[in-house]
Ligand binder design. Structure first.
Ligand SMILES: *Cc1c(COP(=O)(O)O)cnc(C)c1O
Length: 375
């Protein structure tokens, strides 16, 4: 296991100043309200975006908020050839008093710093990262929807945009943030999904970039994801690439098993899985309830045996986008574990409610996880 290296970023340097160029093509309130009434996911974007440039000689500079729109890249920009890119995902939640909050943004900032280290990209400080979200909310706050379970999804990302085909870490990089209103993930109530087990493909290997939020991990998951769809499944589950025996994670979500005594078991952070902030928050909330949480290897056999014996009572996936998704069944070429028609588990649903109640300000933020963005 690779311990998290201490970040190299210097938090004591002067904060960046953001220059604002307001859009002169703001969407009308009516059009915005129409979009917010049924935003879907990742389809609509707000009126502005944030960009901060970095170069080897100048460091981070030229922070700006500009109208949302296409970016121009030289065809030789390194990201287009070697995929040097990382991203993050977090949400803004509107509370009942109309204030706008986000959840554990310093954890996303630190994770982006670790992803940057792994992909040989520059680190953006935690305070500049959070300020970039504030800046976007200051101009596009009206895009944070207010219906239950809706949010504004932030997509911070970083690309190598140096014009150079030589293979080395780029000397020019851009960090950007775009934002997209997100509807309730489950519109018909939270329903268990079927998951496809890929036995042929891996997501990450020892020493690879599996613990980084790196576009390439997603690119290599798309083919098994097609296979999942062809088999009527919502997502794909990956095993460890070395032995092919224990469970790593889904294409974009971590996984938990609930045992009948209330114990939770989740794959340990072995360097090949993405350390989810939802995962970490669930571990904390479960331990607060006095439940045992084990982080260790789990095999497919243990899953099968646990379902057969009744020792495993619930399985769920978690991540920022869907929060917690119950898993009904695991399907493979010669495998079928569980029952996709069984209702969502009780602990699954109660942890989901506890976490979303904190995010939406309906219950006390006892861990100091919320950061206000609009004041
Ligand atoms: C982002 C992501 C997750 C979930 O992380 P959260 O911080 O909970 O949103 C899990 N797995 C992968 C591969 C991811 O990219």
């Amino acid at each position: 296991m690779t311990p998290d290296k201490l970040s190299n970023v210097d938090e004591t340097t002067f904060p960046l100043n953001f220059a604002l160029t307001p859009s002169d093509e703001l969407r009308h309130e009516m059009e915005r309200e129409e979009i917010l009434a049924d935003p879907g996911f990742g389809k609509h974007f707000t009126d502005h975006m944030v960009t901060i440039d970095w170069s080897l000689d100048q460091g981070w500079h030229d922070a700006r908020v500009t109208p949302y729109g296409p970016i121009s890249l030289d065809p030789a920009a390194a990201v287009l050839h070697y995929g040097q890119e990382i991203f993050e995902g977090l949400k803004a939640y509107r509370h009942a008093d109309n204030s706008i909050w986000t959840f554990r943004p310093e954890a996303n900032a630190r994770r982006m710093q670790r992803s940057a280290q792994r992909l040989a990209l520059p680190e953006l400080s935690t305070s500049d990262f959070i300020e970039s979200l504030r800046q976007l909310v200051a101009v596009d706050g009206d895009w944070v929807p207010s219906a239950p379970e809706t949010s504004l999804y932030f997509r911070p990302f970083m690309i190598a945009n140096e014009v150079f085909l030589g293979v080395r870490a780029a000397h020019r990089v851009s960090y950007m943030v775009i934002a997209s209103p997100a509807g309730a993930y489950f519109t018909q109530g939270v329903a268990p999904v079927k998951i496809w087990l890929t036995e042929e493909y891996s997501r990450a290997g020892r020493g690879g970039a599996g613990a980084a939020k790196f576009g390439g991990n997603y690119a290599s998951s798309l083919l098994p994801q097609v296979e999942a769809y062809e088999n009527g499944c919502a997502q794909v589950l990956f095993l460890d690439s070395e032995t092919g025996t224990h469970i790593d994670e889904l294409g974009g979500m971590n996984i938990f098993f609930v045992h009948k005594n209330g114990k939770l078991v989740t794959p340990m952070l072995s360097g090949t899985i993405l350390p989810g902030i939802t995962r970490d928050s669930i571990i904390t909330l479960a331990r607060d309830r006095g439940l045992d949480v084990e982080e260790r290897h789990i095999s497919i056999t243990e899953w099968q045996d646990g379902i057969d014996s009744g020792d495993i009572t619930e399985v769920f996936a978690c991540g920022t986008a869907a929060v917690i998704t119950p898993i009904g069944a695991l399907v493979g070429h010669n495998l079928h574990i569980g029952d996709a028609d069984a209702p969502a588990g009780e602990l699954t649903m109660s942890l989901r409610k506890e976490l979303t109640d904190i995010q939406y300000g309906r219950s006390p933020d006892r861990h100091g996880w919320l950061t206000r963005l609009d004041a």
